[in-house]
Ligand binder design. Structure first.
Ligand SMILES: Nc1ncnc2c1ncn2[C@@H]1O[C@H](COP(=O)(O)OP(=O)(O)OP(=O)(O)O)[C@@H](O)[C@H]1O
Length: 257
């Protein structure tokens, strides 16, 4: 069997005197869509940042594609780096660059394509996220919230990663745009065979996308299972988060999607 795409071993995180995580173990297999949920401040975004190497844990290890994140020469690390991409919560587009330049940025930086290929690839990525060719010339300030998320997704997909990390992908979108974005992620995940790790507070999103759900609370992974499996776990956080009437309605809506 191939190694998990993401493997966290004994991960502990401390900011000053406060421990956010203690001894987290988590394996995510190829093709899974895993949602990380937990209360505010439980360290979901921190965990995503550690998976992509933006933050070092106090203890423990992150392995991607079967190898420690920082193993190997600079060249080996760069090659590994191209196999994953993260979409940040607010999109994190370069505000001084057009949509075209934003999507082209990783292609230029990694010097994997000629200018003619870059033009073709950017057009392809724009159509993959259901944007029009004329959107390429817009500046980020001219985009709606939904469009910013699509451009950020197109940029993340520029180097054809195998692993995609999404921080609150539907935050700030109205229910219609949120459902449309979830459908887009779902289609792309299937088409491209992506492994996806997402942080979300939104139960519709979680129910529509997740193959498994990891619940972070009390500095650890309280449950890691299918949504149905997690719903069986008796714990006050889980009951409050998933089993209120509002939550049950959102889960039912997400499942219909
Ligand atoms: N760079 C940092 N320096 C100090 N403390 C930090 C830093 N980053 C995160 N924290 C703290 O770590 C805890 C976890 O933060 P994190 O943003 O990962 O939580 P979260 O679960 O994503 O929360 P939310 O759902 O509110 O976005 C919080 O208490 C936060 O204040």
């Amino acid at each position: 069997m191939s190694a998990p795409v993401v493997r966290l071993r004994g991960l502990s995180t401390r900011f000053g005197a406060t421990w956010v995580h203690r001894g987290i173990d988590l394996d995510i297999a190829a093709g899974e869509v895993v949602s990380l949920v937990g209360g505010s401040g439980s360290g979901k975004t921190t965990l995503l940042r550690q998976i992509v190497g933006l933050l070092q844990p106090a203890e423990g290890e992150v392995l991607l594609f079967g190898e420690p994140l920082f193993a190997g020469s600079r060249e080996v690390q760069l090659r590994r780096r191209r196999r994953f991409a993260m979409c940040f919560q607010q999109g994190a587009l370069f505000s001084a660059l057009t949509v075209f330049e934003n999507i082209a940025f990783p292609l230029r930086e990694s010097r994997v394509a000629t200018e003619a290929e870059i033009r073709e690839l950017v057009a392809l990525k724009l159509s993959m996220v259901q944007l029009q060719p004329e959107h390429a010339d817009l500046m980020p300030a001219e985009l709606s919230g939904g469009m910013i998320k699509r451009v950020a997704l197109a940029r993340a997909l520029a180097l054809e990663p195998e692993l995609l990390l999404l921080d609150e992908p539907t935050a700030g979108l109205d229910p219609t745009r949120s459902a449309a974005f979830v459908d887009l992620v779902k289609d792309l995940q299937r088409q491209l065979g992506l492994t996806v790790v997402l942080v979300t507070h939104d139960l519709d999103t979680l129910a529509a996308l997740s193959s498994r759900v990891a619940v972070l609370a009390e500095q650890r992974i309280l449950a890691y299972d299918t949504l149905d499996g997690v719903l069986q776990v008796k714990h006050p956080f889980i009951e409050e988060f998933f089993l209120s009437e509002r939550s049950a309605r959102a889960i039912a809506r997400g499942r219909e999607a």
